[in-house]
Design a protein around this ligand. Sequence first.
Ligand code: AKG
Ligand code: FE2
Length: 358
Amino acid sequence: MAPIIIQPAITVKTLSESPNLKSIPSNYDNSAIYPSDSPVSHPLHHSNSIPTVDFSLLTSTDPHQRSDAINCLNKACQDWGFFMVVNHGIPENLMKAVIDGTQGFFNMTEEEKKEFEGKHVMDPIRCGTSFNTSKEKVFFWRDYLKVFVHPHFHSPSKPEGYSDIMLEYCKKSRQVAKELLGGISQGLGLEECYLEKSLEMKKSGFQIFIANYYPCCPQPQLALGMPPHSDHGLLTLIIQNQVGGLQVQHQGKWIHVNALPNSLLVNTGDHLEIFSNGKYKSNVHRVVVNNTSPRISVAVAHGPSLEAIVSPASPLVHSESNPPAYVPMKYKDYMELQQSNQLHQKSILEQVKIDEGN
Ligand SMILES: O=C(O)CCC(=O)C(=O)O
Ligand SMILES: [Fe+2]
C-alpha cells in the first residue's frame, strides 16, 4: 500500500484569509531552506527569451513548415526543457472554464474539500496543502488537487460542471501532447510514433490533472509556492490565471515566465530525459508567491503507461559511444517514489542515473 499523507488542520487558502494576517506562521517560512539566491531575470533580452513553438506549423501539411517546427521544438527541449506553445487549437473559453472551475473547487468549504482529501499518494483523487506534509518540516504556500484522468477518468463530483470541463480539456491536452511527442520522437531521429508505441501511451498513457492554488501571501519573500523540482513523466502542459509566479532554470539562472495570453507552457519531464538518454534534460522550475493576487495554475502531466518500464530508447544508445545512462524503472514505481518523498530538485532522477565512470 502506498504511503499515507497527513494533512495540516487547515488549507493555506483558509490560513491566508485569516483576518489581519500580517506574517506567515514559521512552518511556512522557507527562507532558511531556500534563501533568495541569484537575481531573477525577466526574459527581455534575446538570450533569455523563452522558446515558442507554433503548433499550427507542427501539424502543417507543408513538409518544410513541419520540419522547421520540429527543429524549433527539439532545440527548445535541448536548450531549455521548457517552451510556450501557441496556436494549439484548444479553445480560449475552455481554458478559461478550467481556471474558473478550479477557482470554484478551491472556493468550496474546508469540509466539502475534505471529501476529496485522499489518503495515499496513489489515490486517484486527492487534494491537500504543500507537497507532502507527512515528510516536510516547512510547508509550501500552495493548495493542490491531483486527479488521475487517463487511462481511467476520475474527477471530484463538485463543483457542478467541473468534471465535464476537466474531461474535455484533458482530451484536448492529450491530443496536443501526442503531436508534440511525435515531433520530439522525429527530432531524436526516431519514427514519429516510436515514443508513443514503445511507452504504450495510446491506450494506457498516464495523465494526471494537477490544479494549484497559491493564495496571496503577506510575506512572499519568505514563502515559496513550490520548490525547485522537475516533473515525472514526459511533458507537462500548464495554463494559469494570468498571474505570474512560475520560474524556470536556464543556464544556472532563474527566468521568470511571462506567459503569452492563451499559450500553453510546457515542461519536459524526467522520463523524457531517461528516454532520450540524457539528451533532453528535464526542466527544473519553481513557483514564487506574491501579496496582491492569488495564482491558479493547472498542470496536466503526460507520461508512459504506469506499467511501462522506462529506459533509454534502444536506437539512441550505443554500448561504446553512448552507453545507457539510466537504470530501467517502472513508471508507476518512479511516480510513487517521487510522491512519497520531499520534492527537491531532481532527487529521484539521481537515484536512477548511472554515475559516469562506473
Ligand atoms: O504552478 C505552476 O505554474 C507549476 C506547477 C508545477 O510545477 C507542478 O504542479 O508540478
Ligand atoms: Fe512541476
